[in-house]
Every structure is written in C-alpha cells, then in structure tokens.
Design a protein around this ligand. Structure first.
Ligand SMILES: [Zn+2]
Length: 387
C-alpha cells in the first residue's frame, strides 16, 4: 500500500478528518459548516493535497468520502447525493481536469474516486479552486489598468479586506452589478468574473465602446473568510450571505459586515440615481437555473425583462439550463430583496456545477471564463433593449 499524507493546512483547504484504511484507501470525513441558531449546515467544498512518497510509480489512489447530512431551510438531505459524482484534480494546482467518481455502496460512505497519482502530490477539489491568491492577482492587474477603479467596501468578520471594483466610465449611463462567492465553495462565479475582466480589458474598440456605455460593478469575493477557511456555505459567524435581504431591514454589521457594506453601497447608488438596473448574485448548484423571484411591484414587466435576459444568454453563450417556476419565491435572498427594495432586476444565477448540457460535459474554469466574456454582450444588449 502507498503511504499517504493528506494536507489541508493551506488557505482554502477543507476542514476534515482523514485516515488511511487497511486496504490503502484514503477515507475523508468532512466537517460541514453550520448556520447560526439554525439546524442548517452544509458540506460541499473539498480541497486537499494528497502526498505520496517521492519515486512512487504512477497509479491511482482510492479516495472515499464519508456520508454527511446537509440541512437546507430546515430539511435534511445527504451531501453528495447529486446525479453526477464529480471532482477535479491537478498535478500542480494550476491546470485542472475533471474526475468522475461514483456513489459508494460501503457502509458510512457517500462517494468514491480513483484519483490518479503521478509524482509527489495531487490536488483534489470539488470545483476548480479560486482562492484569495487568485483574487489578489486579479486586483493587482485591475490596479494597473486606467479603465478600472478598485476600492475596499469594508472588512469581513475576521478583518480581511472586502474588495470592490468598477470597470467602465464612472458616469456611464448604465450600470450592472455582479457578486461572487457569497457561498465559498461556488467558484464558478469567480471564473466568470475573470472572463468578464479579460474581455473588457482586451483593448478592442468594441470593449471601449461598451465601457463608455456601461459601468460594470463587481464584489468579487463576498465570503472571503469562508474561502480562506475552506468552508462550503456560511460565514464564520454562521451567517448565510444570500439571506436577510429584506427591504428596510438592515444587515447586522457585526455578524454580517460583508452584506451590511454592500447594502450601503446599493443605498448610496440609489441616492446618487446610479443604481444598476441589473444585479446578479453568482452561485453554483446542480440545477443551473436562473432564480427569478416575483416582486410585488410591476411583476409582469419584471418577468418580461427576465425572460429577455434568458433569451440573450441562450443566444450568446452555451447556457441551456432554465429558470425557476412561475411564482417562485425564496424570501430574503439577494434577488428577491433588492428587486423588492429598488425595483431593479436582481436575481441569483446558479451556474450548473457538475454538468453543462450546452457543452456536453463538466464545466471547468475556462468554460466559465468564456461565459463571463460573452456575458458582457448579453448585459449590454439587455440594458439597451429594456431601457
Ligand atoms: Zn450558493
């Protein structure tokens, strides 16, 4: 049997226990994160490094992930019960490829993977990781561009800076807002934003014209503490940053400063008459739907605009998933709260994590970047056509 060491002691490494079983398999016992004063808890994120002794010949390592019960809005459900059991692996932490696993029929285990090992270490994660180091690289690049304005909105519970950036003319007639990583495991939104930045800073006349007309406003990593600690959903105070968005009810500045400062940003934009007409909170899940809530003010016009957004997305990108059913409500979510408060088209976009039917395979970082580049056109057309 190949002796193994599992390293999770790095930024974004997952909290878990592990052991190597008698048959040599690595058994992982993930620790879910918990909501505050609620039964809700979640394990989705894993990110670890499997070390084997130097000179170990190439082969595969059996990895088993223990059964963990998640709890969502008070309802228990087993983690990893999704249709596709998939992860990603990398030899260097930079180039990642997809890895299919399978449901486990062993007592106490949810999933099994045969992880290829060649060389001393293999990186293994749920989705292609996007860490604070990636964020810092992005911010440094934006800082060198005359087209970008980078600033901090405030700090997280643990005192980490909460960066924010704007691309496009400061007095552009239209604004779009994007947020990523309200839930730390959901890296798709981070990669989408990277693709959007690549496109907008490509130096083309088309991009310059876009930036004259539209200001793109981005909070790139909302739950930065959770990303650092390798958590799945909640913050270190047990808050869900996609909850408690109720009109006229302020966020708790101590328990959820990440939301409190963002709500102030929206209030200030509203005061200045510069509120974005399109605001999207980027997530990942297994369904991949656009979560269209139904606000009380002018719901027909709201739904018609949402439908146009979806059409444009289908026309310009590989998006083929759908949207939530008519009458869908999820009170307190980002989309529902901001739509209700400001009458803007705000919603959740769940990027499908494990399978993209439009690609016929599991989406990886480059696919989400491509989506981000194409989104620029979608947003510009949406704003033009719904003005
Ligand atoms: Zn989410």
């Amino acid at each position: 049997m190949i002796p193994v060491f599992v390293d999770t002691f790095f930024p974004n490494g997952s909290p878990l226990h592990w052991r190597q079983a008698e048959d040599g398999a690595v058994e992982l016992y993930p620790i879910p994160d918990h909501a505050r004063f609620s039964p809700n808890r979640q394990f989705t994120h894993w990110h670890l490094r499997l070390h084997v002794p130097p000179g170990t010949p190439p082969g595969t390592l059996a990895v088993r992930i223990a059964k963990v019960m998640n709890c969502w809005n008070g309802r228990e459900a087993p983690a990893m019960s999704r249709k596709f059991v998939r992860g990603v692996v990398s030899a260097d932490g930079i180039a990642w490829s997809g890895l299919d696993g399978c449901a486990s029929d062993r007592e106490g285990f949810a999933a099994e993977f045969a992880v290829p090992v060649a060389g001393g270490v293999v990186h293994f994660a749920t989705l292609v990781p996007y860490t604070e180091a990636d964020l810092e690289r992005l911010l440094a690049r934006l800082g060198r561009s005359p087209l970008a304005r980078v600033y901090n909105l405030g700090s997280t519970v643990e005192g980490r800076a909460l960066p924010f950036f704007e691309l496009g003319r400061a007095d552009a007639p239209e604004s779009v807002f994007l947020r990523a990583r309200a839930h730390p495991w959901e890296t798709g939104g981070s990669w989408l934003i990277e693709g959007l930045v690549d496109r907008l800073l490509d130096g083309s006349a088309a991009s310059q014209a876009l930036l004259d007309g539209v200001r793109f406003c981005v909070q790139p990593m909302a739950n930065r503490d959770g990303v650092n600690r390798g958590m799945s959903r909640f913050t270190v105070t047990g808050m869900d940053l996609n909850r408690d968005w109720h009109p006229a009810v302020p966020h708790d500045p101590v328990l959820a400063p990440e939301n409190a400062v963002l709500a102030l940003w929206f209030a200030e934009q509203h005061r200045l008459g510069r509120i974005p007409r399109l605001a999207i909170d980027l997530h990942n899940d297994d369904g991949g739907n656009l979560h269209f809530s139904h606000p009380t003010r002018d719901p027909e016009a709201f739904v018609a605009r949402q439908a146009r957004f979806e059409e444009l997305l289908r026309e310009h990108t590989w998006f083929t998933e759908g949207h939530t059913a008519a009458g869908f409500h999820n009170a307190g979510t980002f989309g529902e709260g901001l739509s209700e408060q400001y009458g803007i088209n705000a919603f959740i976009w769940e990027l499908r994590a494990t399978q993209a039917d439009g690609l016929g395979r599991q989406p990886l970082a480059a696919d989400w970047k491509q989506l981000g580049a194409a989104f620029v056109e979608v947003a510009a057309r949406y704003l033009r056509e719904t003005a």
